[in-house]
Design a protein around this ligand. Structure first.
Ligand SMILES: [Mn+2]
Length: 108
């Protein structure tokens, strides 16, 4: 009978994840469901993502976005559309006249 394994909060812990999957030894009809937070905090987020992508080619893998993946995707979108904090600050700095700053603003 096929089994369903539900795994959450891997948080970049590649060694522990590989050990877990090795112990579970899922078969072709089993299902691995990752319920979010593959990334952040631990030592190797990109390694975890690469490993899960690799498993998804051989095994029945389903992925649910966690808040850490959502945060990362928001960051990527900010970089793409130039709406990130750094880009906003650059635009503000470009449009503020340094002379106005000198005359009308004061430091606190
Ligand atoms: Mn988490």
């Amino acid at each position: 009978m096929p089994k369903t394994y539900i795994i959450g909060d891997v948080h970049g812990c590649i060694d522990e994840l590989q050990e877990l999957i090795q112990q579970l030894a899922p078969g072709a009809y089993d299902q691995l469901i990752f319920i979010g937070d593959l990334i952040d905090r631990g030592p190797d987020s990109s390694g975890v993502v690469r490993q899960v992508v690799q498993w998804s080619k051989q095994l029945n893998v389903k992925l649910i976005l966690g808040n850490h993946e959502e945060k990362f995707l928001r960051y990527v979108q900010h970089i793409k559309d130039g709406s990130g904090f750094d880009n906003q600050m650059k635009r503000i700095c470009k449009c503020i006249d340094p002379l106005i700053l000198g005359q009308n603003w004061f430091k606190i």
